[in-house]
Design a binder for this molecule. Structure first.
Ligand code: UTP
Length: 293
């Protein structure tokens, strides 16, 4: 039986300015953690959570993402001729992972706008939004944890994480009240504020890059004005939707890395290298050999 969430949107049309110059000619979603581009971790999470179709919202200079999930005939026949079957299987599996569609966001007018661009793909179904640069190592996968909550609350579910007070201004922050009837990690949202100053933040529960949304988010986003940077923020669209229906927050049980900034990316590389059977030991030895103060 198909799960309740069959579709996922991957907004990937942002400019990645925090990661320049690497992102000048290469999307940040294609930066590599050990040997897989960041976006593949998110796609695998979606597959493992029961998603059947994804749409990647792309923009200028994002062709590498399409190429990555496309068939690479020349490469395949080269590997076949050389008898490199393990590598051949690996790259074929990427194409077989899931059905991928693409939609262009002409101008990067914000995350809310990127979600609006995917409206036709989502139609009248609830759907997931996955920000590929938030890589979450979790078992069950982060999105699966959220789908289990969605099945109980039958409404929008947003992934949140407690962050230090010094970081609240980098995130959308939610105000919440308890909702123990739906689980210890679930809260009912009472307000959302995009990138508040430290004094204005209603809590330290930050929105991270996973959402389960319902189709009524689209009219809410359409009615949401651009902010002072000219972007339509998803947080502001959700704030509008909150007038009409309950929205829930779910704290994920897992480890999240924000690979969209340099320090977060470096931590993720070390974390995932140390989880690899073929690399952990020599890499740990190397790290120990560094004379760190
Ligand atoms: P971010 O603000 O983290 O990404 O947007 P950014 O704009 O690419 O990066 P910086 O801040 O300049 O370094 C969150 C997510 O929303 C997507 C981004 O690709 C990222 O996955 N996004 C953002 C869009 O698809 N379109 C937009 O107009 C803005």
């Amino acid at each position: 039986m198909a799960g309740s969430i069959r579709k996922a949107v991957f907004p990937a049309a942002g400019l990645g300015t925090r990661f320049l110059p690497a992102t000048k000619a290469q999307p940040k979603e294609m930066l590599v953690l050990v040997d897989k581009p960041v976006i593949q971790y998110g796609v695998e999470e979606a597959v493992q959570s029961g998603v059947e179709n994804i749409v990647i919202v792309t923009g200028r200079g994002k062709n590498a993402i399409e190429d990555h999930f496309d068939v690479a005939l020349e490469l395949e026949s080269f590997l076949e001729q050389r008898g490199k079957t393990a590598q051949l299987e690996e790259i074929r599996n990427i194409t077989r992972l899931i059905k991928v569609a693409y939609v262009r966001q002409g101008e990067p007018l914000g995350l809310g706008h990127a979600v609006l661009v995917a409206r036709e793909f989502c139609q009248q179904e609830p759907f997931a939004v996955i920000l590929g640069d938030d890589v979450i190592d979790a078992n069950p996968p982060a999105l699966k944890q959220m789908i289990d909550v969605y099945d109980k609350v039958q409404g929008p579910v947003i992934a949140v994480e407690r962050v230090p007070e010094s970081e609240v201004s980098n995130y959308g922050i939610v105000a919440v009240e308890p909702a123990p009837e739906f689980g210890a990690r679930v809260h009912r949202i009472t307000d959302l504020v995009e990138k508040p100053s430290r004094g204005e933040a209603p809590s330290n529960l930050a929105i991270i890059g996973r959402y389960i949304l319902t189709p009524d988010i689209f009219p809410a986003l359409e009615a949401t004005a651009s902010d002072k940077t000219g972007e339509i923020q998803l947080t502001n669209g959700l704030r509008r939707l909150l007038r009409d229906r309950p929205i829930y927050a779910c704290e994920i049980d897992g480890v999240r890395h924000d690979t969209g900034n340099k320090l977060g990316f470096l931590k993720a590389v070390v974390y995932f290298a140390l989880k690899r059977h073929d690399l952990a030991e020599p890499f740990r030895d190397y790290l120990k050999s560094l004379r760190l103060v």
